[in-house]
Design a protein around this ligand. Sequence first.
Ligand code: PHE
Length: 511
Amino acid sequence: MIWRRNIVSNEKSNPTSDKNYPEVSPAEAKVLKFLALKLNGNKSLSEDEIALTDLNEREISSAVSWLEKKQLINVEKKEHFTYALTDEGERFLKSGLPEERAFDIAAHSGTISPADIMKTLGPKDGKIALAQLAKLGMKPVGGFIVVKGNESAREVFSNRRVFLSGLPGSAFSEPELLEHFRKREDIIAEKKRTERVVSITGLGMELAKKATTEDLISEITPEILQAGSWKGKNFRRYDINAPVERINSAVFHPLTFLIDKVRRIFLDMGFTEMAGHYIEYAGWNMDSLFIPQDHPAREMQDTFYLDSDKEIPFEDQEVLKVFKEVHEKGIENYTGWGYKWDLEKAKQLVLRTHTTVSTIRYLYKHKESPQAAFSVEKVFRHESVDWKHLAELHQIEGTYYAKDANLSTLFWLMKEFYGRLGFHDLKFVPSYYPYTEPSLDVVVKINGKEMELGGSGVFRPEVTRPLGLKEPVVAWGLGLERLAMIYYGFEDIREIYRTDIDWLRKFPLKF
Ligand code: PHE
């Protein structure tokens, strides 16, 4: 890197500036030189063997860690286990292992009852003795344990004793006994020690020749300035390329990031952001959009209804009459659905199934054209979740209401929006929604695959005219999570809601 050399200007304190060597402290330089002297090629030595008169163990250890980070040495960790007697182990060694004691007591009569063992050795050691004797083939038969004829056990006991008194050395010469005692409770304790075995890299070997062990001033203190002791000394350079730990500052969740990006695009295009509510009247969520009351999407297997004893009065009685009129009788030149409209059904509360309810509410309040509004908000559907479907999802909703609004405007808006996200290959597929005519589904083509992103269309006059909207309205409702799938390349829509913090930290957001 060129800029690095420019920053390094003090040649005298920087004997290594001819190549991009990492900066090393005097202590690191000492350790490095020591290693270079002792090792060549592929040899290695233990950190414990690094002996330098003016560095203590801790300083050496820290230098080794830094040299490793700077790739001047390689460090291999070797684990060593040592074994020592616990307090209980000491006791057994002194007074004999319980199994041996029990055997000795029984030896003169040849048999012993378990009860006698428990009584003589006490419940704790007694239990151990019984278990160990059983393992050696001396199980109680007819209320007695026979030790006679089992004299060979004496050798086992003696080996065990020798093993315990020979620790820690015996642990390595007697692997079977080590296994035996490791399985027994609280006789030997295992201690782990990690040894660091160090070898020097090619780069380390080169730098060892050049690095300075001179004590450089690394901090300018008032004392140094007052005494003028800095004169004639060299200063330690800043190593701006020194490896540092990655700091995990707060990061956006990929979905939050994408929501923001979408909002930014519509705001940049001059749209106003709309806000709505999770809980809606079926009247606004459906009836206002000319969705007939017997439409299958209104059924419980598609829509979450709220079970509430408390009636929450519909805020606008007038608009309910409008819905009834349109559904039953239609408007001029349009027949309506011609069924008996039920007020109760309109008053039901639902978790909104789409954010088109925000659009229609917004337009009802803002009847003067033009209007351009959008939202990115959550909707709920009684849907079984799979790789492509969620029951809770976000919709990118939007509407453009103007004299000149038409299908071309809609095409253009969609192309512009997705184009700004980097998707340029769109397809519009004829579709059906009760509130739009024509209706079109928006499909994005990417890497030879197609992803259906949502619906759009021009609102039918049965929707707009009764609410006093005089100009054409184009509208769309697009899936945010589906977009996230293609934007981030997820194979499964559920990936987006991962909460694994390590995954989130490493997630590459596309700024
Ligand atoms: N509301 C529709 C849906 O939930 C999408 C849509 C919005 C369709 C606006 C047409 C117009 O999928």
